[in-house]
Ligand binder design. Structure first.
Ligand code: NAP
Length: 261
């Protein structure tokens, strides 16, 4: 198969949830740099998401990204089925298709199990796991009809290892792995691939909240002795989104610096 490696995603339509900050922002920029039109979703931080859109326009103006790159901002909770369906329908109406979905939106409500409230548990599971299901369900019909599509779901290394004080988060992220493998089996015969990225500790707002001594202790357990960058995750996402990974589905790709093997 010949793949144009200069602009790998020219003419492709992508949806990235949680694209206002951190990993989602880097993923959206990386996909756009290859020519994708990207729906930039966030929960409420539209000003930040608009900045990402401006960066995409800037890349186009500088010739770093092709003319097909672009996007739109849409704030909605991935846990709200009606809003999810509305957003996906509007992309289908405007762009005619969805080629790539990156389910990246995620939250934590960390607490030791005995102190963890049932409300916080539900909030984490609703956003991280149900949100991934709702978004995937919403794009599936169009992808199946097109007999093509790549869905990339953001899990975490702690889904594989467990982590004290992160029971709800780990459960949600492990659920994403089981859900993704099932979806990969359901959709594979229609040409739709579903894969998971399990990032290790990445430099973002989520990990910057940790105290410095905790960050140092965590880095000491990583074979490469450092946190990863959002670009490390964006590169892997691009690979899974593109046809370079055409024979890859149902896989969990660990991008963790050797924290977990
Ligand atoms: P982050 O900086 O905290 O950003 C979270 C993003 O998700 C924001 O864009 C936020 O929008 C959006 N969001 C939150 N709740 C939402 C909802 N209900 N509906 C739609 N969007 C919502 O997160 P991050 O560190 O980049 O992490 C991104 C993903 O990677 C998450 O799934 C996380 O679990 C996973 N991950 C991160 C790490 C890490 O070390 N950072 C490691 C492993 C896995 P607003 O800006 O509007 O709030």
């Amino acid at each position: 198969m010949t793949v144009n490696t200069q602009w790998e995603l020219e003419g492709k339509t992508a949806i990235v949830t949680g694209a206002s900050r951190g990993i989602g922002r880097a993923v959206a920029l990386r996909l756009a740099r290859e020519g994708a039109w990207v729906l930039l979703n966030c929960a409420s931080n539209t000003a930040k998401a608009e900045e990402v859109l401006k960066e995409i326009e800037g890349m186009k103006a500088e010739g770093i990204a092709p003319a097909s790159a672009g996007g739109a901002v849409r704030a909605f909770s991935v846990a709200n089925e009606a809003l999810v369906n509305d957003a996906v329908q509007s992309v289908l109406a405007d762009q005619g298709k969805v080629d790539i979905l990156v389910n990246n939106a995620g939250i934590t409500r960390d607490n030791l199990m005995l102190r963890h409230s049932a409300e916080d548990w539900d909030t984490v599971l609703e956003t991280n796991l149900k949100g991934t299901f709702l978004m995937t369900k919403a794009v599936t019909k169009a992808m199946m009809k097109a007999r093509a599509g790549s869905i990339v779901n953001m899990s975490s290394v702690v889904a594989q290892m467990g982590n004290s004080g992160q029971g709800s988060y780990c459960a949600s992220k492990a659920g994403i792995i089981g859900f993704s493998k099932s979806a990969a089996r359901e959709l594979g015969s229609r040409g739709v691939r579903v894969n998971v990225i399990a990032p290790g500790f990445i430099e973002t707002d989520m990990t910057n909240q940790l105290p410095e001594d905790a960050r140092k202790a965590m880095a000491d357990n990583i074979a490469l002795r450092r946190f990863g960058s959002v670009e490390d995750i964006a590169e892997a996402t691009l690979w899974l989104a593109s046809l370079r990974s055409a024979y890859v589905t149902g896989q969990v790709i660990g991008i963790n610096g050797g924290l977990y093997m």
